[in-house]
Design a protein around this ligand. Structure first.
Ligand code: PFF
Length: 454
């Protein structure tokens, strides 16, 4: 048995630590890399409105539900259900979560690796004097390669591993606290430059003028998947973090703060990207490479662009890191508490398996481009299965668990800190969790997968 098994359960040390760690998990590549590219692929404004609706009507209730489960049970994603619903099959929700964690970190580390390469490109001033096509070619040459994308992925996974081994307080909390405000400032500067580029207005109407005629069943499912992905929901990340939150914290307030931070940063990323996409003539549906092609073009147009590019990619990598540690922590907390592995062995084991899966994702843009399963590359398959299927499915089961199994009385006690808070909005939350969220998720699912025609 390791030392940590005899010490009291780890927890976050301060209010700011809780919000910072949960926001650190939520804010990441999902906001800056994934959000703009799925908005671009799904036609812009109408998609954005659907996304925002899902954040409020589904995302926030799921987040509070996860915090309640974790803090009440004081366990990992699977153990929490075993404790709160003994001798039932509810723990299977946690199993889905742990499976999703493997898939998500596999492809997440591919993209995080790309950000590391772009730090090096920024240091060596590789974008200077290049036009749009040359910058696109730079990205193509890199991400279709073999050695460097794999090299950076492995570096990224190793850093994630080292921090997770250090544990919750020393690792996770410390690194999340300081850097996010700086990231926000840089994105705001990028927004200002982007909207003042000639031709920028077309980009603004693309995201802010909704055209519902282009909205498909598939894009509604993508909006739901993106809402879950961006808020780190549906796979027990926030159950696990919830178990580290002290009994004195106000869970409801934390949910509002984390959701606000996450949504504001995604919106800012959209405002930074789309005006520039149209100004430079880049295709909005360019896919996963979108930000890596668009942003270097903006940096070229800014005084001091060299420095901005450098700081931006460093912060993006850090934002990715604070998310990746939260994903790995889901698996580690499970292995440690349920299978009695030491933190170190659990982290090492999980990181190795995930890295092997990640290699398949990384090579999907290069030598394994033509290896297809159901018409998708490994990368596409893992991204779709995890974000658009497993996360919403996990979310559905989580709200059903709170709304119909745990019930109003026990949930209220946890949300109100044993009655010491008024929890004024509790009835609204309970209504969303019981009726709105399950119905909406189920509908989007059936419709998005083509099993229901409207
Ligand atoms: N929310 C993270 C992001 O937006 O980058 C990604 C993520 C973290 C997804 C943790 C899921 C998760 F459980």
């Amino acid at each position: 048995m390791s030392n940590s098994d005899f010490t009291p359960r780890e927890s976050f040390s301060s209010k700011f630590g809780v919000v910072a760690a949960a926001a650190g998990s939520a804010v990441g590549l999902g906001n800056i890399w994934r959000f703009p590219y799925v908005v671009g692929e799904n036609g812009g404004g109408a998609f954005l409105l659907v996304y925002l609706f899902f954040i409020v009507a589904i995302g926030m209730p799921v987040m509070l539900s996860e915090f309640v489960i974790g803090r009440k049970a004081q366990r990992n994603a699977i153990g929490s259900f075993k404790k709160l619903a003994p001798k039932t099959l509810w723990y299977f929700v946690g199993v889905i979560g742990v499976a999703a964690a493997f898939l998500i970190l596999a492809f997440y580390s591919t993209i995080a690796g790309w950000t590391l390469e772009y730090i090096v490109k920024a240091i060596s001033d590789s974008f200077a004097g290049k036009d749009m096509d040359e910058i696109a070619a730079l990205f193509d040459t890199f991400h279709t390669g073999t050695f460097w994308p794999l090299f950076w992925q492995i570096i990224f996974m190793s850093v994630t591993l080292v921090i997770v081994i250090a544990g919750v307080k020393n690792g996770i909390e410390k690194y999340t606290k300081i850097l996010m405000p700086v990231l926000v400032v840089i994105i705001i500067i990028l927004c200002i430059r982007s909207v003042t580029l000639p031709g920028a207005s077309e980009g603004l109407s693309f995201i802010f003028r909704p055209d519902f005629s282009g909205l498909t069943a598939g894009s509604i499912l993508s909006a739901l998947g993106q809402a879950f992905f961006s808020l780190s929901l549906g796979m027990g990340t926030l159950i696990t973090y919830g178990s580290y939150i002290s009994k004195k914290e106000k869970l409801g307030t934390t949910v509002v703060q984390v959701t606000a931070a996450d949504t504001i940063i995604a919106m800012l990323a959209g405002v930074a990207i789309f005006p520039a996409v149209f100004a430079f003539g880049i295709a909005p549906e360019a896919g996963p490479g979108l930000v890596f092609i668009t942003l270097p073009n903006i940096f070229q147009e800014i005084a001091g662009g060299y420095l901005f590019a450098l700081i931006f990619f460093i912060l993006l990598a850090i934002a990715a890191l604070t998310s990746s540690i939260s994903i790995l922590e889901v698996v580690v907390a499970y292995l440690k508490e349920e299978l009695y592995m030491t933190r170190k062995a659990a982290a090492l084991f999980a990181a190795i398996v995930i890295t092997i899966m990640g290699v398949l994702c990384t090579l999907s843009s290069g030598v394994m481009e033509d290896v297809k399963i159901f018409d998708s590359t490994f990368f596409e398959l893992m991204e779709f299965t995890a974000s658009d299927i497993l996360l919403p499915l996990g979310g559905l089961l989580i709200v059903l668990f709170i709304g119909w199994y745990l019930g109003s009385k026990k949930t209220r006690r946890e949300v109100s800190n044993e009655g010491s808070l008024r929890a004024r909005h509790f009835p609204v939350f309970m209504f969303l969790v019981r009726f709105v969220a399950p119905f909406a998720i189920a509908l989007v699912f059936l419709y998005g997968l083509g099993w229901l025609q409207i």
